[in-house]
Design a protein. Structure first.
Length: 282
């Protein structure tokens, strides 16, 4: 039976009825942390971190599946004066779309693929050759984010963010293909990264590892569609949650539940923790 403040959804009902079998999965940017012009300024919403700190002690596992390096997501999940992501009991962070893993304060990861060195060297000249200015984020233009195992090209600070993204998509796609990499589209960002892993593979493998009996996954962008599909293919009682924005509408059409951005995700997580926690223990 769902809590009064939760949407009427079979997946949520299964989680509240059997929380010890539930896996709560989430994206980071745009889901737990508001989207900001400079990715280095992203920080988890304190209300979301507090809700996850509660849920971590109630459910089978809380897992964050993100394109960011795993340790970076944990670092940006610090909250002054309150629980942060590192305080979530049993938290696992699958970074770089599942290529690396943070758990109990330790990161395990494979060596960076050599193809990334090539695109890291070539992307700035490619962007400049198309007439766009590459900046460090302090001035208008295209900004580059070196993720170690991926290179992200952000157009949010460009004078025409959408037009710049469209103009860069094909040339960056050709560069990625020539290096044996793939391009992951996001909210005003194109990320060149290794093939063979996405959020769907990462989430599906984690559900099997933990022998989950139900699952929730919340995301905000096209890269989260693979995780939504993993929820469906798992055969488990599940719920997909869209952290809605005006920039991405496709995810909302595919989600079971739509909430208003990271604030809505935090409110849903809080209501879920309230529904699971016995009244006398709150």
């Amino acid at each position: 039976m769902t809590h009064d403040l939760l949407p009427d959804n079979a997946g949520l009902a299964a989680i509240t009825a059997d929380p010890e079998g539930a896996v709560i999965g989430l994206d980071f940017d745009g889901t737990l942390a508001p989207i900001v012009p400079d990715p280095a300024d992203a920080r988890v919403a304190p209300e979301a971190a507090a809700a996850l700190a509660r849920l971590g002690g109630l459910v089978r596992a809380v897992v964050i599946v993100t394109g960011r390096p795993a340790a970076t997501a944990v670092e940006y999940g610090q909250v002054a004066g309150g629980p942060g992501l590192a305080d979530v009991p049993g938290l696992v962070v699958l970074g770089q779309y599942g290529l690396e893993r943070w758990e109990a304060g330790r990161v395990t990861l494979p060596p960076p693929p050599p193809e990334i060195d090539r695109v890291r060297a070539e992307v700035p000249a490619l962007v400049a050759s198309l007439g766009f200015t590459v900046t460090d984020g302090t001035e208008p233009g295209v900004t580059l984010e070196d993720k170690g195992r991926a290179v992200a090209v952000h157009t949010r600070r460009a004078p025409d963010p959408e037009g710049t993204l469209r103009a860069l998509r094909e040339p960056l796609g050709k560069l990625a293909a020539s290096a044996g990499l793939t391009v992951e589209p996001g909210r005003l960002v194109l990320e060149l990264r290794p093939t063979g892993m996405d959020k769907g593979h990462a989430l599906g493998a984690f559900l099997a590892e933990r022998a989950a009996r139900s699952v929730l996954f919340a995301g905000d962008d096209l890269g989260d569609l693979a995780a939504f599909e993993a929820v469906r293919l798992s055969g488990l009682p599940g719920v997909t949650v869209c952290s809605a924005s005006a920039e991405v509408t496709e995810l909302a059409r595919r989600a079971d539940v739509v909430v208003d951005g990271p604030a809505g995700v935090a409110a849903l997580l809080t209501s879920l923790a309230d529904a699971i926690t016995p009244t006398g223990a709150r």
